[in-house]
Each structure stands twice: as structure tokens, then as C-alpha cells.
Design a protein. Structure first.
Length: 306
């Protein structure tokens, strides 16, 4: 392709990336509004689980649009199962170590800020005890549908669309947008780190199956840990701590060793694609609107917390 065609292709990628993310966000708002309208006819214990389930489905719509417009295929690669065996469980261990350590540090920050009179907004993912159906829907959303659809969008269609302009650039942008899409500071920081690692795994493995498996295991583990933490049984809490701390420590040690050995690196982005990265992306109106819209979620959440 000549230079004009290359520039036009990049313009098209950023346009559809931004539009797909805006579509995802708009669908989340619309579906939340519809559930709110229908809540007068629904049991209260099903309102939030239903909204959460539909909210995760919005990511699938964004992924399908972006994949269709950029030529990405969700079909498994011939080597997908081998990549899953090689990377899947390792990725899960790292996520549990790094992700939950990040969440722990954010919890300590939240505690310190509360003492100073500042409350950071964060969603409540505790399962409704009074409704088996509500708990089942939330578990399905948090542990299966959410990880699946988020990976299809962020480590599937989006990462694939941005990768030709540099692996490091694609990993950073996809992780940043992934964190911002969560809409709150408490989730955003650890989610950004998780997004970087999942992008690295996907680029190294050449497919998204390891990221999907790792994300599902991480969310399932975090959900189970959260439910145990809310239990009244002291013995159960002590058992959970005895099991969790070695797992988290092991994940952190493994991550640190691999980092020192230079395993968690990507090739340096080519200088030839430099003009097609930040400069071109920030000239895309849909991408600008996406960043401004998602950033406003953090600002709104901060304002609500005073």
C-alpha cells in the first residue's frame, strides 16, 4: 500500500474502534434504563443481576461490530488448544497474584481516604442471598459472560485492530480503555494492570483463548473470595486466608521472577509506524469522544463520592 492508503487504513481502524466502544457504552446505558423501567414488575433481587447480565452483553455487540469492520475472526486458530495448555493456567496464576494484590492495595487506599472523609465509588458485586436466581445470574455474568465478552472486545477485536501499529502501543491502549470502561477508580487501577498482562498473553500466544480462561478463573476466584469474606464464620475466614495468601504470594513471586528474567516484554514498536500510533489515534473524533466519555465516568464517580 502507498502512504495515503496506509493513513486511510489507520483512520478507518481508529474510527471503528471508537464507534464500537461508544456503541458498547450506549447499549449499557440503554439496557440499564430499560431494566430500570421494568423493575416495577420484577422482584427486587433480580433487578441488579439482570442489569449486570445485559450490561456484559453490550461488550459482545461492540466486539462484533469492530471485528466485522476490521476483518477480525473469532474462529479458533489451529494452534489455539496448544496455546491454551501452554499459557492459560500460567496466566491465571499471574492474574490472581497481581490482580488481587492490586485490589488489596486499592482497598488500603480506600480505607485511608475514608478516614480523610473521601469515599470512592465502587460497584457491589455481592450475590443476593435471598434469591437463588439472582445469585445464579450474577455468577454467570461475573464468571463466564463478562470475561468472555470483554476478552472478545478488548483482547480480540480491539487488540487485533491496533497491533499492526505496534504491540506495546496496542497493549497499552487496549488496557487503558478496558480499565476506563469499568467506570470507577477502585476497579480501574488493578484492571489496567490486568489488561496489560492479558494483552501480553494474547500477543505472545497468538489467540485469545488463554486470556479468556485466565479472566474466567480470576473472576471466579475473586467472587468466591468476596463471598467468603462476607461470611459470619471465623473458621471459614481463617481457612480462606490460609489458602489465599500463599496463592497470591506465589503469583506475585512468579511474576517478579519472570519480570526480572525479561519474560514479560514485547518487541519494541517499529519507528515506521510511529506516525500511525498516538498522533493518528488522537486525531480520530470517535476515539476522542470515547476517551472523553469514559473519563467522565471517573469524574462523575468522584463527584458522587463527596
Amino acid at each position: 500500500m502507498n502512504e495515503w492508503e496506509v493513513q486511510d487504513a489507520a483512520r478507518r481502524v481508529y474510527r471503528w474502534a471508537g464507534l464500537s466502544l461508544l456503541l458498547t457504552f450506549a447499549l449499557q446505558l440503554l439496557l440499564g434504563f430499560l431494566v430500570g423501567m421494568l423493575s416495577v414488575w420484577m422482584p427486587e433481587s433480580l433487578v441488579y443481576p439482570t442489569a449486570l447480565c445485559l450490561n456484559t452483553g453490550a461488550s459482545a455487540a461492540g466486539a462484533l461490530v469492530l471485528a466485522r469492520m476490521t476483518g477480525y475472526s473469532f474462529r479458533p486458530k489451529p494452534y489455539s488448544l496448544q496455546a491454551l495448555e501452554t499459557w492459560g493456567w500460567t496466566a491465571a496464576v499471574v492474574l490472581i497474584g497481581v490482580g488481587l494484590a492490586g485490589s488489596f492495595l486499592m482497598a488500603q487506599l480506600d480505607s485511608a481516604l475514608r478516614e480523610a472523609g473521601l469515599i470512592l465509588s465502587q460497584p457491589d458485586f455481592s450475590l443476593p442471598e435471598e434469591s437463588f436466581a439472582g445469585s445464579a445470574i450474577m455468577t454467570l455474568s461475573l464468571c463466564v459472560l463478562g470475561p468472555l465478552f470483554e476478552e472478545l472486545l478488548f483482547r480480540g477485536a480491539l487488540l487485533h485492530a491496533l497491533a499492526p501499529y505496534g504491540g506495546r502501543f496496542a497493549a497499552l491502549v487496549s488496557a487503558l480503555l478496558f480499565a476506563m470502561m469499568h467506570g470507577n477508580f477502585m476497579q480501574g487501577v488493578p484492571t489496567f494492570i490486568i489488561g496489560l498482562y492479558l494483552a501480553w498473553i494474547t500477543l505472545r500466544a497468538g489467540c485469545i483463548l488463554p486470556a479468556i480462561l485466565a479472566h474466567m478463573i480470576y473472576n471466579t476466584y475473586a467472587t468466591l473470595l468476596s463471598e467468603i469474606a462476607m461470611a459470619d464464620s471465623t473458621g471459614l475466614l481463617m481457612l480462606a486466608a490460609l489458602l489465599h495468601l500463599p496463592i497470591m504470594a506465589g503469583g506475585l513471586v512468579f511474576t517478579a521472577v519472570q519480570t526480572v528474567r525479561g519474560k514479560f516484554t514485547l518487541p519494541r514498536d517499529s519507528e515506521e509506524t510511529r506516525p500511525l500510533r498516538w498522533r493518528r489515534m488522537l486525531r480520530s473524533v470517535p476515539m476522542w469522544l470515547t476517551f472523553l466519555t469514559l473519563a467522565s465516568l471517573f469524574v462523575f464517580g468522584a463527584i458522587q463520592s463527596f
